[in-house]
Design a protein. Sequence first.
Length: 265
Amino acid sequence: MNNQIKHKIMVLSGKGGVGKSTVSVNLATALAEEGFKVGLIDIDIHGPNVANMLGIGDKKLEATPKQTILPIKVYPNLSAVSIANLVERSQPVIWRGPLKQKMIEQFVNDVEWGELDYLLVDSPPGTGDEPLSALQVIGDMDGAIIVTTPQGVSTMDAMRSAVFIQKLNSKVLGIVENMSYFVCPNCGQRIYLFGEGGGEALAKELGTQLITRIPQNPELMRLSEDGKPAALYMRGTEMEAVFKEMAGYVINQLKNKKESNQEDA
Ligand code: ADP
């Protein structure tokens, strides 16, 4: 694996539609905003939304004369690769396991990432071929961030993803609870549409931390459809603060890990 990449993090969820790609895109953007060099790989082969959420859905990946791949530059500090940048927009990808594994290997090993502080891997939901391949290909993954919504059907599946990560000798870096509450635009009260406390209970059960809670906000969704990450386009709001908090958590966790590794050496 490319040794110019300092930290590798997988973003995983038990269920689809809970905001895993939203977290990947905005965490990547928030880390890039802090001045770090960030790469984002979308291995959600059957539902690759990262490219659209970053506004690069129409761009195509290019090969170099060395037969390596140039990632797409999204912002000065952020590059990304997705299968969406290889196939036509509405076309499904109908591949079996070995072909998926090959693509993941190429996205990790054959992309000209250059020096990166963080490489984020947006995985499909669940515990199938793709996250398994990514963990095997990357080998020294720093850990995974698990995304869930507050209700039991989501936290239960998130628990499976977390146990999957631990069984494969990787680490759960923390839990992100998305769609935690909705702030009433009239009275400012928080309304807990999907119940309260699910993410926190999950984190406790796993012996990890709840990184942050992301409110439900239609503006985030609208911006996302336009390829504009909320971390960048909702300046001065609670949403920007939440993604900053998430980036800060990751930076600190991995800094501590590096320090404790140095102490162990
Ligand atoms: P996943 O990657 O888990 O399938 P996505 O990140 O694609 O989920 O999110 C699913 C949909 O929900 C998208 O339309 C996204 O914009 C929307 N969404 C995600 N999080 C929020 C939120 N906190 N508030 C409003 N809409 C959200």
